[in-house]
Design a protein around this ligand. Structure first.
Ligand SMILES: [Zn+2]
Length: 193
């Protein structure tokens, strides 16, 4: 909700489920091209999570399926990042194989949308392995992420300078937010995906 959009309600932005996206974190599923409903059921029933770990799930044909609400803390990147990121998972295993062109096109459009709506600058588009000890999102997809950052930086030429201008203040804020995120993640009872 936008500030001042509705003053009848008291919003509580620090509630433990409240996501504050500042990063986009890219994953591969490591498996088959299954629908998000199946993943949601597995994550709930077999792992005991609140639901599918990610906010978005991109199928081989480029269909973007919606998982957790963007405003809900994910369960995909560990306590330092779950409450500060949007998790995007592409179906497949990209350690050696390539995503489909449709998947890459869909990923670019989704990242463009997210960078427009959140303080997710191109340099804050990360692979899972940037924040956790994992092979995810696979060597092939991971090596393509700089191209996505590059394209989105060209599209938004002022984003880098604007970000570097604010980087000092943000680093202090983020250190504090990191501690809060850990607390939130602990309170939700969700563990890492
Ligand atoms: Zn991952």
């Amino acid at each position: 909700m936008e500030d001042g959009m509705n003053d009848k309600y008291t919003m509580v932005p620090s509630a433990p489920w409240r996501n504050d996206p500042r990063y986009a974190i890219v994953h591969h599923s490591g498996g088959n091209d299954i629908p998000i409903e199946t993943v949601d059921r597995i994550h709930r029933e077999e792992r005991g999570w609140l639901g599918v770990a990610y906010q978005y799930w991109i199928r081989r044909d480029g269909t973007v399926e919606i998982g957790r609400h963007e405003g809900q803390v994910g369960s995909h990147a560990g306590p330092d990042f779950n409450a500060r990121s949007i998790g995007i998972c592409l179906t497949g295993n990209f350690q050696n194989d390539y995503p489909t062109d449709n998947q890459l096109d869909a990923l670019l459009e989704l990242l463009r949308d997210l960078t427009n709506r959140y303080p997710i600058t191109p340099e804050r588009i990360l692979g899972h392995r940037d924040v956790r000890a994992t092979k995810c999102p696979g060597n092939v997809l991971y090596e393509q992420l700089p191209d996505f950052r590059h394209v989105l930086t060209i599209d938004k030429p002022d984003s880098v300078s604007r970000d570097s201008y604010k980087i000092e203040a943000l680093s202090v804020i983020e250190r504090i937010e990191g501690d809060l995120a850990k607390l939130r993640a602990t309170l939700t009872g969700d563990t890492d995906g």
